[in-house]
Design a protein around this ligand. Structure first.
Ligand code: URA
Length: 230
């Protein structure tokens, strides 16, 4: 919400009183003087008029979790355990996932109550690399490297995948970096070469690496550097 509207709604000030308060430099956002009426304010920010708190600011929460296989990337599910069920935290209903993994996929999942932050992590425009370790049923055709770099056409959405980097590590194992997140994207890319993905593990989203100290099912809060890395 814009700062002037927030001051009007929560502070009970008239439009004129809001303008005067801003011009008189009586408003602080997170402790810093703010004079711009259209300054965007999130629910995590503290807003004060003189020394009176107008909005106290919700604590923003950020976690990384090592998703085990068989656990759903959702907040609720009628039949399966969800990644949210793995958190021993208060008010888990406020949390959501920044990107999903399939039921059988393991690895890095980011969880937060900060919608702006999770949008930065997942927006197609952000083009953050998502790095996967892939195990396949058949040997990987070396032609995949060039084909994935060019892009694979998904007829259903009439979309050609963004250039992706494939590094073949052994006959049936590779590391794949994607710059978008389409439904079953890795499986469909290998499916194009009639090769079945039998193991899939996400190691990294942009600058955030899955902490090797986390066993499947474990989680930890993100560090300040990880939070600001996006
Ligand atoms: N691509 C897939 O096919 N599955 C995932 O879980 C993630 C990316």
């Amino acid at each position: 919400m814009r700062l002037d509207r927030l001051l009007g709604h929560l502070g009970g000030l008239s439009r004129q009183a809001v303008r005067q308060a801003l011009v008189a430099r009586r408003v602080r956002v997170d402790g810093r003087l703010e004079t711009e009426a259209d300054c965007p304010i999130s629910r995590f920010q503290r807003v004060e008029l003189d020394d009176r708190p107008i909005q106290s600011g919700l604590p923003a929460r950020y976690f990384m979790l090592h998703k085990p296989a068989g656990c759903v990337s959702a907040t609720h599910h009628p039949h399966h355990r969800t990644v949210i069920d793995l958190l021993d935290e208060p008010d888990t209903h406020e949390l959501h996932l920044a990107g999903r993994l399939d039921l059988t996929t393991t690895g890095l999942v980011l969880i937060t109550n900060d919608g702006l932050w999770s949008r930065r992590a997942t927006l197609p425009g952000s083009r953050l690399p998502k790095v996967y370790l892939v195990g396949t049923e058949d040997p990987i055709d070396p032609a995949c490297v060039e084909a994935f770099a060019r892009g694979i056409h998904f007829a259903y959405e009439d979309h050609t995948t963004l250039p992706a980097e494939l590094d073949i590590l052994s006959p049936r194992e590779a590391r794949l970096s994607l710059h978008e997140g389409r439904y079953h994207q890795v499986k469909r890319m290998f499916g194009h070469f009639r090769n079945k993905v039998v193991r899939l593990h996400r190691e990294r989203i942009g600058p955030i690496l899955l902490d090797p100290a986390l066993a499947p099912g474990d989680y930890r809060p993100l560090s300040a550097e990880e939070i600001t890395a996006f």
